[in-house]
Design a protein around this ligand. Structure first.
Ligand code: ADP
Length: 478
């Protein structure tokens, strides 16, 4: 695995959870799994790391000498952390106070080239490189060009697309830094609109491609979702499939979660009621105890559709019962708007701007409903966590949300509330339907919670699907 993030060491989103859980599951299945990621200035759990004695030379044209650290959290599983402080020593993974780091292309070029050089350092040849998003998308490019012959000639590559909105653009000169041939600057390789596009290169050169849900795998072949890459995703469509992410039950299980006030299960939901009271208390919502409580945990990004929710929130608060707790960080304008709403509606809207794992667990356990009105959603994890905690997701039918949440049909089915159009009116209607169900049909809500908690989104099945893909990639390579 080559990745820019992995839980619990460095995380900005679902990618980190997926890499950690899949790696652990594959190791449990008996595979020898090695994970390479950067040693960021903000890395957590430094106490788990030990330094490898020999310096590590990364063979870019200007060779860079790095240091490697390792952690062994489980049998068959080793993580290697690449230390090169000039690139990775700062705390933020991708974006500093003034926007995306200007040297991101060089930083992740170094990570990708390090992946190519690591097997030689370890005297260990992997069968497959599993890459994630643009940050590691140059690995297949190296494998099929400058590293095509030599010790990695039989090593296959699988690139997982977690989010096409980020593609890694760089000026042409990055090819010199990377030590990649100039002739790759062409539209059927790395060139895109006059720049180098890391992700495009990865899509062209990886042996196989996956996304994190079947619906997203279909959607991205269309212009509305392809972010300009839909022609090549259609071209490579025969090698592209979607595999749903699972839930890491070591971290997200209401029966054992240490972050919540009281553990509970589908058979006995009394603990959920206590978690709900705890959350109401924390948010100063106690006067709204009998009204539905909505939770939102999200990157504050256009992708997540929260601008639509914030547009209708004042009228929802005016017309309908309910209170709203937000946890998130991201775009400054959204952060400010949320803060304004929280100030304007104390006792009904609470917001915590920032990243807070502990509060995230408390929201999942304590809320009645979880809102995800995403414009697009490659998989989405929070709706899965919500269902596991008996918190009913209200989601737009896109990507992984469509694949994982069944709409409440008013009869005997469903695990949440699903709407199609991303419009203020459709979102409002669906929230209204959820509020009405909560207030007038408590039995239906209880049945929905139990059905949601009974859904199985565990990693073993998804890891098996990845094993098939690895074999498939190897066959293609040989
Ligand atoms: P994405 O990867 O697009 O951000 P996902 O739903 O796949 O969305 O994964 C988001 C992950 O990040 C979840 O584990 C979620 O709980 C977590 N997360 C997002 N924002 C925060 C936050 N502000 N505090 C704590 N956890 C967060």
């Amino acid at each position: 695995m080559v990745t820019s993030e992995a839980t619990p060491y460095a995380k900005t989103g679902g990618l980190a959870d997926m890499v950690a859980a899949l790696s652990r599951q594959l190791a449990e299945n008996g595979h020898e799994v090695k994970v390479l990621l950067p040693l960021y200035g903000s890395l957590s759990r430094l106490e788990d790391l030990t330094a490898l004695p020999a310096p590590f030379r990364v063979n870019l044209p200007d060779a860079l000498w790095c240091r490697l650290w390792q952690a062994k959290p489980a049998d068959n599983l080793t993580l290697y952390f690449l230390q090169y402080d000039r690139f990775f020593g700062r705390p933020e993974l991708y974006t500093g106070p003034y926007g995306a780091h200007g040297d991101n292309p060089e930083r992740f070029c170094l990570l990708s080239r390090a992946a190519i050089d690591l097997p030689n350092y370890l005297h260990w040849i992997p069968d497959v490189f599993h890459l994630h998003d643009w940050m590691t998308a140059l690995v297949p490019v190296y494998l099929e060009t400058v590293a095509r012959s030599g010790p990695l000639e039989h090593t296959a590559s699988l690139l997982t697309l977690h989010n096409l909105a980020h593609q890694g653009f760089a000026p042409r000169s990055i090819l010199n830094f990377a030590g990649l041939p100039e002739d790759l600057f062409r539209p059927d390789a790395l060139e895109s609109c006059g720049s180098v596009n890391f992700l495009k290169g990865g899509i062209y050169f990886a042996n196989k491609l996956t996304t994190v849900s079947p619906t997203y795998a279909e959607e991205i072949r269309r212009p509305e979702f392809g972010h300009g890459l839909h022609p090549i995703l259609s071209f490579r469509g025969g090698d592209l499939i979607g595999i749903l992410n699972g839930i890491d039950r070591h971290i997200w299980d209401p029966q054992s979660d240490p972050a919540i006030l009281k553990n509970y299960s589908a058979d006995d939901l009394s603990g959920k009621q206590e978690c709900r009271m705890d959350l109401l208390h924390r948010c100063d919502f106690l006067s709204r105890e009998n009204e539905p409580l909505f939770g939102i945990i999200s990157r504050l990004d256009r992708q997540k559709g929260l601008d639509i929710l914030l547009e209708i929130l004042p009228s929802l608060l005016g017309d309908l019962p309910g209170s709203y707790v937000f946890l998130g960080s991201g775009e400054r304008a959204l952060e400010e708007r949320l803060q304004e709403l929280a100030n304007g509606y104390p006792g009904r809207v609470f917001c915590r701007i920032g990243y807070d794992e502990d509060l995230a667990h408390k929201i999942e356990a304590g809320a009645d409903f979880f809102l995800m009105p995403s414009r697009f959603e490659p998989c989405g994890l929070n709706q899965l966590y919500s269902m596991a905690y008996g918190t009913l997701p209200i989601v737009r039918a896109t990507g992984g949300l469509r694949d994982t949440v069944d709409n409440y049909d008013g009869l005997g089915g469903g695990t949440g509330f699903v709407f199609n159009d991303l419009s203020p009116a459709a979102l409002r209607r669906t929230i209204g339907w959820a509020i009405d169900t909560f207030l007038n049909r408590p039995d239906a809500i209880l049945a929905l919670r139990r059905r949601a908690m009974g859904r199985d989104f565990s990693w073993p099945a998804s890891a098996r699907a990845y094993e098939h893909c690895y074999r498939w990639a190897l066959e293609k390579k040989l």
